[in-house]
Write a protein that binds this ligand. Structure first.
Ligand SMILES: Nc1ncnc2c1ncn2[C@@H]1O[C@H](COP(=O)(O)OP(=O)(O)O)[C@@H](O)[C@H]1O
Ligand SMILES: [Mg+2]
Length: 230
C-alpha cells in the first residue's frame, strides 16, 4: 500500500482549547489511484492534505507512506520525505515570478542536489510532458493562467514523486482552462501517477475515480465515483 492512515487524529491547540480537526480517520490509497477529497469548509480537507504532504504531523494514530511510519519522523526527515515523494500543486501556482519556466521547474532538483546538466534535461522533459516545449524561457507574467498551472505541474512532476497532491488546482482558472488542466491530470494518471485532488467542486471531483467526503473531521463517505463503478 502506498498510503495507510490508521486511527489518525489531529487537534489544534488554541490557548486552553483543543480544536479537533480530524477524528479517527482511516484511509488506504494504492499506487496509481486517483482520489478526490471533498467536504464543506472546515471539514478538515486542508489538515488532511498537510498531513499527507508531510507539512504537518498528526496528534494521534499513524501515517505510513510506502510502509515508512511518517508519524515517527523528525522535521529534517519529514522535509527530506516531502522533497522526494510529494509533488504539490496549488490553486495560486506558487511560481517564482522573476524566473523562467525552466528555472522554476529546475528548482526542486536543485534542492535535491542534482547537478546542472541532469537538472536541465529533466526540467525540459517535464515541460515537454505538460505541453510547454515552446515556453521554457518565459516568465510566469508572460504566461496565461493555464500555462502557469502547467509550469507548476511540471515542477511537481520533475522529481518523480510518489504522489501528486493538488489543492484546488483549477480554482483560479476559467472553466475551459480548468478542463484542460483536468485532462492533463487524466493523462498523468494514465501514465501511472498517483493523484490526490482537493476540491469543493463536484465537476472537478468527477474526474477522479474515488471520492473521500469529509464532514466534521471524519470520513463521511469513501466510494468509487459512479462512472468508474464496476
Ligand atoms: N492552525 C489552526 N489552528 C487552529 N484551528 C485550526 C487551524 N487550522 C484549521 N483549524 C480548524 O480545524 C478545522 C479543519 O480545518 P481545515 O482543515 O482548514 O478545513 P477545510 O480545509 O476543509 O476547510 C476547522 O475547524 C478549523 O477551524
Ligand atoms: Mg481548506
Amino acid at each position: 500500500m502506498l498510503i495507510e492512515i490508521r486511527n489518525l487524529d489531529k487537534n489544534y491547540i488554541m490557548g486552553e482549547i483543543e480544536v479537533p480537526a480530524l477524528i479517527d480517520v482511516n484511509v488506504s490509497i494504492k499506487q496509481n489511484e486517483y482520489v478526490a477529497i471533498m467536504g464543506p469548509s472546515g471539514s478538515g480537507k486542508s489538515t488532511l492534505m498537510n498531513i499527507l504532504g508531510c507539512l504537518d504531523t498528526p496528534s494521534g494514530g499513524n501515517y505510513f507512506f510506502n510502509d515508512v511510519d511518517v508519524s515517527s519522523l523528525n522535521d529534517d526527515q519529514l522535509s527530506a520525505m516531502r522533497n522526494r515523494e510529494i509533488g504539490f500543486i496549488f490553486q495560486s501556482f506558487n511560481l517564482l515570478p522573476r524566473m523562467s519556466s525552466l528555472h522554476n521547474v529546475e528548482l526542486p532538483l536543485m534542492y535535491a542536489g542534482i547537478l546542472k546538466n541532469e537538472r536541465r534535461e529533466r526540467a525540459i522533459n517535464a515541460l515537454e510532458r505538460v505541453g510547454l516545449a515552446d515556453r521554457m524561457g518565459h516568465k510566469p507574467t508572460e504566461l496565461s493562467g493555464g500555462q502557469r498551472q502547467r509550469v507548476a505541474i511540471a515542477r511537481a512532476l520533475v522529481t518523480n514523486p510518489g504522489i501528486l497532491l493538488a489543492d484546488e488546482p483549477t480554482g483560479a482558472l476559467d472553466s475551459k482552462t480548468g478542463d484542460e488542466i483536468m485532462n492533463l491530470f487524466d493523462e498523468l494518471h494514465r501514465e501511472g501517477n498517483t493523484i490526490i485532488l482537493i476540491t469543493h467542486e463536484q465537476e472537478i471531483a468527477d474526474y477522479a475515480h474515488r471520492t473521500i467526503f469529509l464532514k466534521d473531521g471524519k470520513i463521511f463517505t469513501d466510494e468509487p465515483n459512479k462512472r468508474f463503478k464496476k
